[in-house]
Design a protein. Sequence first.
Length: 266
Amino acid sequence: MTWLEDLKETYEVYKERDPAIRTYWDVLLYPCYHVMRAHRKAHKLWNEGKYFEARLISQRAARKTGIEIHPGATIGKGFFIDHGTGVVIGETCEIGDNVTLYQGVTLGGTGKEQGKRHPTLEDGVMVSAGAKVLGSITIGANSKIGAGSVVLKSVPPNCTVVGVPGRVVRMKNKVVPRETIDQTNLPDPILQDMKVLQRVNNELINRMISIEEEVRRLRLEKSDGTDIPEERLCEAPHLKEKHTYEIKPEEREYEEVQDCIFADYI
């Protein structure tokens, strides 16, 4: 492939995921383009056992672009880093085709492990700004990692992960992340848990009130209809009448997401 052909192919990749690009020559302004050209050379030298030369090329590219890619990392076709400042990709990372990263992403290790110690990103994965994916884990195809998330365990394909530590909040995504590049419209698992707790609390309050009413009725029957003073199990003001909790329209969005599974922290 000639340099011009590579430029045109790269332009098509960037155009799909960044509306700011306008011409083929704009590709030359992207740090991702330059760091990937350097990485191809460095990776070839690394595989040939020329480790110092490979690291030298990668470190020069890191200083110029702000993107540090270890020459040992394996990266597939259609790779795109938007902006790129602060991106770090470790030695044993394996990145599939059509993967998208944003600024501040770290694909790193968790300690002094030997062998495979960095993550594997399968085809079509999108990792949003500031996210950290750490350890020898696998992010399944077409999954999306929300901005600022910290992912420490493997993620199944077609999932959305948010939070610290990362938590699967949606499974079986129908939209491929690179088609929308949506980093904001993500479920909020903490808010959802709070709403569930509020509904459960209201249900407990209502049951307590019902029990008190039944106890009072039985005591009245036992006392031959003589009125008896009201005694409550709890004198808290909010327990003196039954409560209802209606889901607001903006809350209902999370309730109606099909195949939405709020899994354990990952």
